[in-house]
Write a protein that binds this ligand. Structure first.
Ligand code: 16Z
Length: 452
């Protein structure tokens, strides 16, 4: 089918900027805005819903929401400290909400008054963050919500000509804001679009195509998520011919693909994840705080994504005063300590073709072909089996952070290791040295699993 606004390619991008994004594997997502001030509590009551949805869920009048801006004083905001938490996590990139659904902008936009420049400090926190992160070698990407609850021209649906006219003005406004972001912060490495699911956006696939084109023209190498895009017929993420739009698939949100679903590895993709069960903005209530993930659960997810060729974007919700929540910093530090020992199985690694999903964790493979076993679900038996691809044998095993590790052969390409995990250091990672199976296949031992 001939599409004007479909995918621009059928295969993954292979340029240097895309390879860099792909190699990152671990990113820090940040949701910060006016919603960080009430942090899920309104008029003394906890609202058990994502904190960034508070104005909608608690039906807060627009004027009262906007009045929060005068309390956004940045009493404890320091971009350097945020960037330090990303270093502690071992993140290689960061994605920050420049504008969320409520329309509030973290940069002094010329196209609205609803921005950080009109809060007491008047600071350009986005500029401060770009500088602090990039000084540490961490790429910065921008989240931008196309959905805008505040803008008078936003429409969810287009019922008549008046709606279409208003929404055309809205799209023009959003395009100008994106041009402004590209011009003010030309070192930005990628854009993460959200709030693109409404009928109004789907009826204007041309605009999503134009946004991608504009950004790529202005920022060489910029990486754009699939969630931005709709084609001529309103098909999202994947066009009507089945080709991925944008540069990577961004549909995995608070869920990951099944670990045996190896087909996922044929595309670039990224999963984003909250630390509490379900809030992206900081939620102060016990509801969110009781559900914080354990660092080793986060490590499991990082290895899970890497094993299928995807990136993992872990969300942080800094508090209204600008400080990072200590519990989240603690989790980041633990994950980062694990990565500092085991990162060679994660950064620059991806899907290990030919290695079946092992159940006790994941196989990953580096760009140079080294295969790793990441044991996130060690069996109570204390032993794991390694089924190598046919024709391969295990020649050596090295436990990362330790040294040579014993193993024994059970059958042709099937090996077993005894492992002793330690909850304090987290999942064990083994680098596997392989060789060709020495014996000719005619001498194969009978396979006890197969009944003739
Ligand atoms: C269930 O409907 C949702 C869920 C999450 C609508 C929007 C979202 C937003 C969150 O606020 C957050 O920004 C997440 C990445 N996004 C999809």
């Amino acid at each position: 089918m001939d599409l004007k606004y479909g995918a621009s390619r059928e295969k993954p991008r292979e340029d240097a900027a895309m390879q860099r994004f792909r190699s990152h594997r671990v990113g820090q997502f940040i949701h910060w805005g006016l919603y960080s001030l009430p942090a899920g509590r309104w008029e003394g009551k906890d609202v058990e819903f994502a904190a960034e949805f508070l104005p909608r869920v608690a039906k807060i009048p627009q004027q009262r929401w906007e009045a929060l801006a005068k309390d956004f004083t940045l009493a404890d905001f320091d971009a350097e400290r945020w960037a330090d938490t990303a270093v502690a996590l071992g993140a290689r990139y960061m994605t920050i909400t420049t504008k969320h659904h409520d329309g509030f902008c973290l940069w002094p936009s010329a196209h609205t008054d609803f921005h950080m420049g009109n809060t007491p400090s008047g600071r350009d926190v986005l500029g401060e963050l770009v500088a602090a992160y990039e000084a540490r070698g961490i790429d910065v990407n921008f989240y931008y919500s196309v959905l805008d609850w505040r803008h008078p021209d936003w429409r969810f649906t287009l019922e008549d000509d008046a709606d279409s006219l208003a929404f055309a003005r809205y799209l023009d406004f959003a395009m100008k804001q994106l041009e402004e972001l590209a011009e003010r912060y030309p070192s930005v490495k990628g854009f993460w679009f959200d709030g693109t699911w409404d009928e109004s956006v789907k009826a204007n696939g041309w605009w999503t195509w134009e946004v991608e084109r504009m950004l790529k023209e202005r920022i060489p190498g910029v990486v754009v998520n699939s969630r931005l895009r709709a084609d001529d017929f309103g098909a999202r993420h994947v066009d009507s011919n089945g080709a991925l739009m944008g540069d990577y698939e961004s549909g995995y949100e608070r869920r990951l693909p099944e670990p045996w679903d190896h087909g996922v590895a044929e595309r670039d993709w990224e999963a984003c994840m909250t630390i509490p069960q379900a809030s992206w903005g900081y939620h102060q209530g016990p509801w969110a705080q009781a559900t914080l993930k354990h660092p080793w659960d986060v490590v499991d997810m990082i290895a899970h994504c890497t094993s299928l060729g995807g990136n993992f974007l872990l969300n942080f919700g800094p508090r209204g005063d600008g400080s990072m929540a200590p519990a989240e910093v603690g989790i980041a530090t633990k994950v980062g300590e694990w990565l500092s020992v085991n990162g060679e199985a994660i950064y620059g690694c991806g899907f290990a073709e030919g290695w079946d999903y092992p159940g006790w964790g994941y196989f990953t493979r580096s760009a140079t072909g080294d295969v790793y076993a990441v044991v996130t679900r060690a069996p109570v038996s204390g032993r794991i089996r390694l089924q190598l691809p046919a024709g391969m044998a295990l020649a050596g095993v090295r436990l990362l952070g330790s040294g040579e590790h014993p193993f024994k052969r059970l059958a042709d390409s099937l090996f077993e290791m005894v492992i002793a995990g330690d909850a304090s250091t987290g999942p064990l990672v083994f680098a596997l040295e392989t060789s060709a199976l020495a014996r000719p296949s005619s001498e194969k031992e009978p396979n006890p699993d197969v009944l003739d």
